[in-house]
Design a protein around this ligand. Structure first.
Ligand code: 5GP
Length: 116
């Protein structure tokens, strides 16, 4: 399946759709989910065009992959989540009901999130 240039996160990246960016590095951005499922619900996406996790790991450079996970770690520190805890989720493809076909991790925190 080819990358869909019209997906909503592609529009955020090309700035045709405004979203406040809360963290950024060379290869990655983070912004708040429009429909938060927890007091803290942040989406982290690579700037490159990757559809889902396996596509990213197969095609991205080591620098892009490293930058991606380091940005998540920076958010954990910025929001002081090391002790209280947090959940990281990525939905990939059909059975996970991935809604936006651009890789994203959800960072959820700010309350007890229950069991998976
Ligand atoms: P998925 O189901 O693909 O893992 O998650 C997609 C997420 O993107 C959902 O949690 C949804 O609320 C969020 N979302 C969809 N459209 C927008 C948007 O235009 N802006 C932002 N900030 N989040 C969005």
């Amino acid at each position: 399946m080819p990358y869909d240039n019209n997906n909503i996160f592609a529009k955020i990246l090309e700035k045709s759709l405004f979203t406040e960016i809360i963290q950024e590095n060379e290869f990655t951005i983070a912004f708040k989910d429009i429909a938060p499922q927890a007091p803290i619900h942040i989406l982290i996406i690579p700037k490159g065009k990757y559809i889902k996790y396996d596509d990213f790991l197969d095609k991205a450079s080591q620098k892009e992959v490293y930058s991606f996970f380091m940005l998540i770690n920076q958010l954990v520190k910025d929001y002081n989540l090391e002790d209280s805890g947090y959940r990281l989720i990525t939905n990939a493809g059909k059975n996970a009901n991935q809604e936006v076909p651009h890789l994203h991790f959800h960072l959820l925190a700010g309350q007890n999130l229950g069991k998976m």
